[in-house]
Design a protein around this ligand. Sequence first.
Ligand code: NAD
Length: 256
Amino acid sequence: MLNGKTALVTGSTSGIGLGIAKALAKQGANIVLNGFGDAEGPQKEIAALGVKVAYHGADMSKPIEIEAMMQFAADKFGHIDILVNNAGIQHVAKVEDFPVERWDAIIAINLTSAFHATRLALPAMKARNWGRIINVASIHGLVGSAEKSAYVAAKHGLVGLTKVTALENATTGVTCNAICPGWVLTPLVQKQVDAKALALGLSNEEAKKLLLQEKEPSMQFTTPEELGELAVFFCSAAGNNVRGVAWNMDGGWTAQ
Ligand code: NAD
């Protein structure tokens, strides 16, 4: 379905980004990976799916490095058809205790990086009259949780950026949508499980159960593979007129 297309997925050396990259590769898209984790393993996994793969280690908090990554992808594959803004970090603390440097980093990586990658990807997408921009927001783009001020602010901002990008391109073949996952058991969430286990003297399994119990009626983690399939849908012909949605995959979190 995506043969000959190129997808750039930020923050794709692990977790959700890697899951989405693999799902798009299975549909035939060439992939540009990015992120700070091990890049060799993911590159091998994706190459084994029979597509071309490249990696750029841009720090998504640095606009100049984002520009270099976008240029690298264009030089390597000619153009970017699918941009998945996924890189993200978390920090948990009350507003009055929130380290200013962590606030700035979360806004830069979880929100501002998507603006830069989007503004740099749009001209070539519009010129070809086809493009997909998928912003990995979060359920925290729709509702709040205590002690996550920077993350919730950034993700609400990302849902806003999604709507405006969709509207500005509504008469073109370029769509922009957001994915809003609930809990996904990735390194980002495992850190929160570990913190809960330590604070409450719980086992890993007990801490995971408590985390789910607080928010997700399904008592199940969403998987990177499931989120990958949602990204594939946005890229399909059936997704041609899906514009500016913030689509949750959250085990019922926001239905409550
Ligand atoms: P993860 O920690 O597995 O992946 C994050 C990726 O971003 C990694 O590849 C990491 O190296 C990369 N990254 C971090 N800082 C970077 C930087 N400055 N420059 C470039 N890359 C950087 O976490 P994940 O859970 O897969 O998170 C992916 C996205 O999904 C994030 O935006 C996160 O907010 C969002 N999300 C996660 C969950 C969840 O439950 N795990 C839920 C909702 C939304």
